[in-house]
Design a protein around this ligand. Structure first.
Ligand code: NDP
Length: 435
């Protein structure tokens, strides 16, 4: 707290882990006296750099770029890049810290990292995005590599940005390697990678529902966000027989009481990915829906809630409303969307609750599969990757049960994910000495 007191999101993420992991350390002699958690909260390396680029008015713009290389005990640093005006060191350290546990849970050999910039992609032309990405990579390339650190996308960094970043890396290094994941299919990308986080989240929620003999069939589902994760969480929900009632972006949420079906979702994808429009424009085509400006969708009655937008978007009061309205399952697609108070409400109500580090791990897991395919110089089929993704999500679910079951039989997935993620990294750190 003394060292990181000015970093609230990072402290929040660490406290959530510490609450469950410290009692576990105290019960297990092998971890005692090794300062494992103190070592884990200190990034191995933090890089901050200047990014200068020229906008369409021929003016020089200056942004700050970062890469937090958190932990490499079990593999090369791995984690996304976020381009959003709110990006700062606290946000990136929280994301990198979570990533260490998440990557460990996937069972694949990936350490944890995260990076990005306070660059705001909204309203920028394609040329401005490209020049920014090139300027960003002109510095980042020094610190990354297929065996060192393999970034991917996150908020504001999708297929287009990964393309520009990869193109610049390849030009500077003169090598074609798997240095980034989320690449296009014709140049090293993996099938299912765009879908993986959203699909994986729904697979995880489905695994939770199965423990109650239940499923998505006939369920009302409220989703926040309308970006990569939200879109494919919605797609899989529809496929499994659920009804998607809401989607959102930073301007507000849409509520379609008739359900956002596959055709309507295709329209949302066109709006968000091609036209880069605001979610409210959905009403121009589907006027029966409602748009609630500046609001989050948690007051809409549902069986399942999938927060897929951003951190701290679901507060204690929202959690109380969800529970009061009969919600039985909350599965986080975003990273840390629920506040500490909200998680306490879910736990007290004994409803199914999955923290992002478990339920959204499908994205990085499939990035891990992309790295493997790049190393093999081979591509697996859609079915093969989807099967592996399902197996990985099942494995994470089982690990959460193994470490998270409480005396009354309730599965505390937060505790389960934290301890299961911790054990593998901690064991590797101990084996490698006090470095
Ligand atoms: P996108 O940029 O594709 O979409 C983000 C969505 O969240 C957009 O709808 C955006 O709205 C909304 N959003 C962003 N910031 C805010 C905010 N401050 N308030 C309200 N809404 C906001 O990102 P992703 O879908 O990739 O990421 C969403 C979440 O999932 C993040 O927490 C990310 O870390 C996490 N995640 C992503 C993975 C991936 O594979 N992509 C993997 C694991 C986790 P707007 O368009 O208005 O900005």
């Amino acid at each position: 707290k003394i060292r990181n007191g000015h970093e609230p999101e990072f402290l929040q993420a660490v406290e959530e882990v510490a609450e469950t992991v410290i009692p576990y350390i105290q019960d297990n002699d092998v971890y005692l006296g090794k300062k494992i958690l103190s070592r884990m909260v200190e990034p191995e390396r933090v890089i901050s750099f200047r990014v200068c680029w020229v906008d369409d008015n021929d003016e020089i713009q200056v942004n700050r770029g970062y890469r937090v290389q958190m932990n490499s005990a079990i593999g090369p640093y791995k984690g996304g890049l976020r381009f959003h005006p709110t990006v700062n060191l606290s946000i990136l350290k929280f994301l990198a810290f979570e990533q260490v546990f998440k990557n460990s849970l996937t069972t694949l050999p990936m350490g944890g990292g995260k990076g990005g910039s306070d660059f705001d992609p909204k309203g920028k032309s394609d040329g401005e995005i490209r020049r920014f990405c090139q300027a960003f990579m002109a510095e980042l390339f020094r610190y990354i590599g297929p065996n060192t650190d393999v970034p991917a996308g996150d908020i504001g960094v999708g297929a287009r940005e990964i393309g520009y970043l990869f193109g610049m890396y390849k030009k500077i290094r003169n090598e074609f390697t798997g240095v980034l994941t989320g690449k296009g299919l014709s140049w090293g990308g993996s099938l299912i990678r765009p879908e993986a986080t959203g699909y994986g989240n729904v697979y995880f929620a489905n695994n939770m529902l199965k423990t109650k003999g239940d499923s998505f069939e006939g369920k009302k589902v409220v989703i926040s966000g309308s970006g990569n994760v939200a879109q494919f969480a919605a797609e899989k929900t529809i496929e499994l027989g659920g009804t998607v009632l809401t989607l959102s972006d930073s301007s507000g949420y849409i509520y379609d009481k008739d359900g956002i079906n596959a055709e309507k979702l295709a329209h949302v994808m066109e709006l968000k990915n091609v036209k880069r429009a605001r979610i409210g424009e959905y009403l121009n085509t589907y006027p029966n829906a409602e748009f609630h400006k500046g609001k989050t969708p948690w007051n809409i009655a549902c069986d399942i809630a999938l927060p897929c937008a951003t951190q701290n978007e679901l507060h204690e009061e929202d959690a109380k409303t969800l529970v009061a309205n009969g919600c039985i399952c909350v599965s986080e697609g975003a990273n840390m969307p629920s506040t500490k108070g909200a998680i306490e409400v879910f736990h007290e109500a004994r409803i199914l609750f999955a923290p992002g580090k478990a339920s959204n791990a499908g994205g990085v897991a499939t990035s891990g599969l992309e790295m493997t395919q790049n190393s093999l110089r081979y591509n697996w089929s859609r079915e093969e990757v989807d099967k592996k993704l399902k197996e990985i999500m099942e494995g994470i679910h089982s690990a959460c049960i193994a470490y998270g079951a409480e005396d009354d039989g309730y599965i505390n997935y937060v505790k389960g994910a934290n301890i299961a993620g911790f054990v593998k990294v901690a064991d590797a750190m101990i084996a490698q000495g006090e470095l």
